[in-house]
Design a protein around this ligand. Structure first.
Ligand SMILES: Nc1nc2c(ncn2[C@@H]2O[C@H](COP(=O)(O)OP(=O)(O)OP(=O)(O)O)[C@@H](O)[C@H]2O)c(=O)[nH]1
Ligand SMILES: [Mg+2]
Length: 300
């Protein structure tokens, strides 16, 4: 069998559905998803086998205008690095937004600066709009950039996703598979487990708090009966944030722990004992160690 492989970067504005698409394509949760912007903080590779082709789908942080904080700069930088390293780029555009939307325009501008080849467009969330509006949207977007192909998809329902993957698999160049055939992601379990907890924190906390915290898996202990004990620290920047994360009488952290633990049990297919600790570390966003683990560029 002649094997083929391609690295495919999914790029687009925050919330356009990149992580949802990676999970849908892989058929498992490899990257976290929330309704909030800037959920994904680093590149996460999801791996898909199609016939003789291995597709490495690279989920990236959303690209947004003039990121100011160090973490935001590192996130947007990671997205552009992924684009530059890829064989194909799939730009996601939320079908509910106009073709001239500033967010997508920013992505297109960046693609032009980088003279990227082999760029596809995926108009996502088509389950949310009337079909007859899509053609005009596609025409306007292809007028703004010469996308090699346009796909209409719903990462949520899966509509159109097979077509996109089939196209990529057929277009992938000949070459060895880059990962073992059973792999579905490059994210180590400890990091995935931290991400699952961060997702639940995003869903249960409000305003700027989700953006001001990070989660780390400190310990991972496997027992003879197959169960695992996972200990994680949630770093926040202020005492007030710690109180909010814990909630009245510990209600918030208890809920987060419960849903994160349940999901980890599903993913790991075993009993999980999850222990969460909240610590104030004012300057975690300026600590290189926090970036290294995630493969983010500290100096950007
Ligand atoms: N209706 C609908 N919702 C979608 C679709 N794809 C994604 N979503 C929703 O859009 C929201 C954002 O999805 P994500 O996959 O987290 O988006 P993202 O592009 O990874 O966002 P960032 O990581 O913040 O850049 C979530 O609430 C998803 O459920 C879709 O095809 N249809
Ligand atoms: Mg994401």
């Amino acid at each position: 069998m002649t094997t083929r492989s391609a690295v495919v970067a999914l790029a687009g504005p925050p919330n356009s559905g990149k992580s949802t698409l990676v999970n849908r394509a892989v058929g498992a949760k490899v990257s976290i998803v929330t309704h909030k912007v800037q959920t994904t903080r680093t590149r996460v590779r999801g791996i898909v086998l199609r016939d003789a082709a291995q597709l490495i789908l690279v989920d990236t942080p959303g690209i947004f205008v003039s990121p100011k904080r160090r973490l935001e700069r590192a996130m947007v930088g990671a997205a552009w690095n992924a684009v530059e390293d890829a064989d194909f780029v799939v730009v996601l555009h939320d079908a509910r937004r106009a073709a001239g939307d500033a967010q997508t325009a920013l992505v297109i501008e960046g693609l032009k600066e980088r003279r990227c080849r082999r760029v596809l467009l995926a108009i996502n969330k088509i389950d949310e709009v009337k079909r007859d509006s899509l053609l005009a949207l596609a025409q306007e977007l292809t007028a703004a950039y010469s996308f090699e192909r346009v796909f209409m998809i719903s990462a949520l329902t899966g509509d159109g996703v097979e077509d996109l993957l089939d196209w990529l698999a057929a277009a992938a160049p000949e070459g060895p598979w880059l990962y073992p055939e059973d792999d579905i992601s490059d994210l180590p379990q400890r990091l995935l487990a931290a991400e699952i907890t961060r997702e639940k924190l995003f869903l249960h906390l409000h305003d700027e708090l989700p953006y001001a915290l990070t989660v780390e898996t400190e310990a991972w202990e496997s027992f003879r009966d197959g169960s695992v004990k996972i200990t994680q620290t949630i770093y926040v920047q202020r005492e007030a944030h710690k109180r909010m994360a814990i909630g009245a009488k510990g209600a918030t952290i208890r809920k987060v722990r419960e849903v994160a633990q349940r999901e980890l049990e599903e993913i790991l297919e075993t009993r999980v004992h999850l222990f969460l600790f909240v610590k104030v570390r004012e300057r975690w966003v300026d600590d290189p160690e926090r970036y290294r683990e995630w493969g983010l560029d500290f100096e950007g």
